[in-house]
Design a protein around this ligand. Structure first.
Ligand code: IMP
Length: 211
């Protein structure tokens, strides 16, 4: 049996870019969201071997630490020509200074080394795994992706992380050139464009009620 989210929810992320997006996604449902950072919760090590395993680990740690239902995501960029890298290590490729220009440059260097110069060889997708964990151990989770290609040089200053290098299929602007409303592409404007919005639509179906 699926469980609905009611009342207060902890957002288990210390990433400001994701926090903004998650608050935007939750706003239409009237959920009061506090961040793990605001509650002084520490972030667990992401030791899982998949996006879903890491999302569960973060949500469970925050639910146990706060005694509130907790919402976590794990996400990343999967590049086909790089055998799925950076994948679950997408944040780590930017290093401690969170330098995503350096991470995108590194990906580009590896793509060039492999001769991946045409769009068909530069396919990639973003994945978002979302998990809600309750203090009594109940868990709901979902996963979604958005397919696209990597462009070089990166384009646009919007969004965060690898957004400027990612051109979603069927679009002519990168995520870095889209407003967050366009990037989410949520109803009533669309059925979900970004990996996070698509996963969120799935989660909303099972756990949320519009106001
Ligand atoms: P984690 O989910 O906290 O492990 O971090 C995943 C990393 O993947 C982020 O720090 C970003 O670098 C990248 N990433 C995930 N989602 C997005 C997105 O929507 N746009 C750009 N980069 C993303």
């Amino acid at each position: 049996m699926h469980r609905r989210i009611t009342g207060k929810l902890v957002i288990a992320t210390h990433n400001p870019g994701k926090l903004v997006e998650m608050r935007e996604l939750l706003a239409p449902y009237g959920i009061e969201a506090v961040s793990a950072g605001e509650l002084g919760l520490t972030e667990p090590d992401e030791t899982g071997d998949s996006f879903l395993a890491n999302a569960r680990l973060k949500a469970v740690a925050a639910a146990n630490g706060s005694e509130l239902p907790a919402f976590a995501d794990d996400s990343g960029l999967v590049v086909d020509a790089l055998d799925g890298a950076p994948g679950i290590y997408s944040a780590r490729w930017a290093g401690p200074s969170k330098d995503f220009t350096a991470a995108m440059t590194q990906i580009e260097r590896l793509l060039q080394e492999r001769g991946a110069t045409t769009p068909d060889k530069r396919t990639a997708h973003f994945v978002s795994a979302l998990c809600v964990a309750w203090p009594d151990g109940h868990i709901e989770d979902v996963e979604a992706r958005i397919e696209g290609t990597l462009v070089w040089p990166p384009r646009g200053n919007a969004g965060f992380g690898y957004d400027p290098a990612f051109l979603p299929d069927g679009h002519h602007r990168t995520f870095g050139e889209m407003t967050s409303i366009e990037k989410h592409g949520l109803p009533p404007l669309g059925l979900g464009l970004s990996h996070r919005a698509r996963a969120f639509v799935k989660l909303a179906e099972i756990c949320l009620e519009p106001r």
